[in-house]
Each structure stands twice: as C-alpha cells, then as structure tokens.
Design a protein around this ligand. Sequence first.
Ligand code: NAD
Ligand code: WQD
Length: 378
Amino acid sequence: MILKSIISCFICLTILFAEAKPPKPTILVTGGGGYIGSHTIVELLNDSYSIVVLDNLSNCYAFNATEKPESLKRVEKLTNKNVVFNNIDIRDEKSLDKVFKTYKIGAVIHFAALKSVSESTRKPVEYYDNNVAGTNTLIQAMQNNKVKKLIYSSSATVYGNPQYLPLTENHPTGQNITNPYGRSKYFTEEILKDLSYADSQWKIILLRYFNPVGAHPSGLIGEDPTGIPNNLMPYLSQVAIGRRDHLKIFGSDYPTPDGTGVRDFIHIIDLASGHLRALKKLMDPEFRGCKAYNLGTGKGYSVLDLVKTFEKVSGRRINYQITDRRRGDLATVYADPNLAEKELKWRAERYIEQMCEDTWRWQMQNPNGYHTDEEESN
Ligand code: NAD
Ligand code: WQD
C-alpha cells in the first residue's frame, strides 16, 4: 500500500515536472510554403515549436489566396499539428509589423526568396527587390519589435568559383558570382553582418546550403517546381515519370572523373534537421554575432552518378543527351561540413540512394506535384 502511494506520488511529480518545462518559442518562418521551408517546419513541429508562416504564394501552390498552401496542409496531416498561415509579402512592412504584434515571436527563419538563377539574369531588379530589399524590410520590422534572432537561407553560390576544395566557411565570398540570384544572397549576407556589428543584440546564423534534393520519406511533401525545372533532380525525376522526354546533361568536358559537373547533393531532411540544430545554437545565451555554416555532406557526386543511381532505384531508364555547358556553371562544388559538425552538432546522414528513392516516391505519388491538374503545373 505504502509502496503504491510512493509510486503514484513519484508519477505525479514526474508529470508536474514535465509540465513545468517552459514552452518552446514561436518561430516565424518566411517562405514556409516552399520546398525547404515546408520540410523544416515538419522537424520544428516534431520538436514542439509553434510555427507562424508567412508566404506570398509566389512559388507555392494554394487552392486560392485565402487558403493555406497545399504543402502546409500536408505538413499538418503529417505532424497532426497546426500551422498558422499568413499570405503576406516580406516587403510589406505594415503587415509584418502586425504579425510581430499579434504573435510572440522568439526567432525568425527566413526562407522567402526568388531562387531561379536563369530568371534572375532576365529580371535582376525584381530579384534584388524581393531578396535584398525584402530582407531589409523584414529585419526592420524585427528590429522595431525587438526580435533579434535570425536564421538566414544562404547558398554555396556566395563562394563563386571555388579557389580550393572542399569549401570552408572562410573561403572568400562575393567574387566571380555569375548571376544576380547569387549576388542577392551575397549582398544580403553582407547586410546581416553589418547589422550584427552595429548592434550586438542581434544573433544571426547564415546557413549556406549546397544542393538540396529529395523529399519527405512519406511521399507527402517534396519539391514542386513551377514550369520547367531548372535544377537537375526535379528535371531527372520528371523524365523518369514521363513528363519530360529527356534530360539534357550540360557538358561532359569538365575536369571531373566522368566529365560531368560534380555537386554536393544533400537530402532535404538532413538540411531541415540542420535548421533545428542552428536554432538550438541561436537560442544559446553564449551565442553572439553573425556566423556562417555550410550545410552539405562533404561528398561530391557527378551528374552521371545521380542519373545512374536514379535509374537503379526507380527501375526506369533515363533518356539523356549530352549538350553544351550551361553558362555560369561550375565544374566541382562541395562543402567542408566540419564546422557545422563541431559547433552545431549536426552531420548529414542520408546517402545519394535515399535522396533518389525519396524523390522518386514523391514523384510517383504526386506526378503533378501539389496540383491535381496537369495543365496548371506545366
Ligand atoms: P521555394 O521557392 O520553394 O520557397 C520559397 C518560398 O518563399 C515560396 O513559397 C515563395 O512563395 C515564398 N516567397 C518568395 N518571395 C516572397 C516574398 N517576397 N514574400 C513572401 N514569400 C515569398 O524555395 P526553396 O528551395 O524552399 O528555397 C528556400 C530558400 O533557400 C531561398 O532563400 C533560397 O534562395 C535558398 N536556397 C535554396 C536552394 C535550393 O537549391 N533549393 C539552395 C540554396 C539556397
Ligand atoms: C547541378 C548540376 C548542371 C540541370 C543551383 C544554384 C545554386 C543553388 C542550387 C540556390 C550542374 C547539371 C542541371 C539539367 C544538367 N540554388 N544539370 N541538366 O547549378 O549546382 O546550383 O541550384 O541557391 O545557387 O546555382 O544546381 O541542379 O541546376 O545543377 O546537366 O537539366 O547538374 O550543369 O552540373 P547548381 P543544378
């Protein structure tokens, strides 16, 4: 009897203690309806963060402007948790201010940006306005509301043409970047560094992604490019499913083992978990200033390696043709991921086979991405 009472007392205390744990802060996720944002939100929700998303739906599908993007509806289904959604443009300071006044935001993860390299060469002003001026407006709204913790989606593109490999975070940035998109990422990094020098209360992490690919293993969420994909993996998987006739391989005369370009492909779930680790770092009272981390695997695979692996896991033949090099492409790019391992306690775990398997599952289950209508998604 006494033992029973002691045990139940112990259970009550344990429950009370668990309940007394302070709730995790609410995270504002800009561009959360997109590819990387939606996968990151799954990890954040699974780790008990509350999420407020803002997205202007410029590159994610929603049934109409008042509804949540389809990606976020599926995130809710996957996690059984709610995501607050606001259809807001990051350049709209008044609306941003309202969001900060409505929710108690602890930190911001800033994904919202335009990301097509080729489009950026045709519409440079639009890219600088959206990506650079947009970020400036966001940080002004954050500053006005005393929210000074930020994770910024940067890119390996800031390194330009590698002077050495693997790329470490102290490799020079901003030199020989071949397009406005890449420069918009570099300029924004510089603004954020200046901000942290000017005001030591700011805590900023720049995450430099290498080549994110893959999808959630459930096949419920994945990459859903609008129109003809620019990037290799979505193009490859659309060829495999029969939506495109063949893949053009841009050049086979690079100084690489098989002549095709070599990249550091990283599984989207590894990338998403990198954000979780970065957020933990940002919340650490010891963390100061503005710091960049590479999120890559540290291994390079060629375009042909990816094609062959995709053929193996999908059991489909990929038609391809070797064509001229694409302007601005680099021969070999891969990360040194050791700083993230040392300081964020993060390391990519998934292999190229899993990247292809998960992409293929997403593609088979969603041949037209989030659209139900084939016409609309082409
Ligand atoms: P995405 O296009 O899938 O997602 C971006 C989201 O931001 C979209 O849902 C879009 O509607 C939204 N958005 C764009 N401009 C906005 C604005 N002005 N206001 C509000 N919402 C806006 O792209 P992604 O692949 O998820 O990339 C996310 C971030 O990661 C971007 O900043 C991108 O530059 C960066 N990045 C991506 C890659 C990659 O290969 N996917 C590599 C390196 C860096
Ligand atoms: C990879 C390799 C191509 C398509 C871009 C941005 C970078 C980052 C990621 C956002 C290259 C080859 C491609 C095709 C091909 N994005 N390829 N046929 O160019 O490494 O990086 O996306 O920040 O900033 O520049 O990625 O997937 O376009 O190309 O042969 O149809 O595949 O030549 O060698 P990239 P990618």
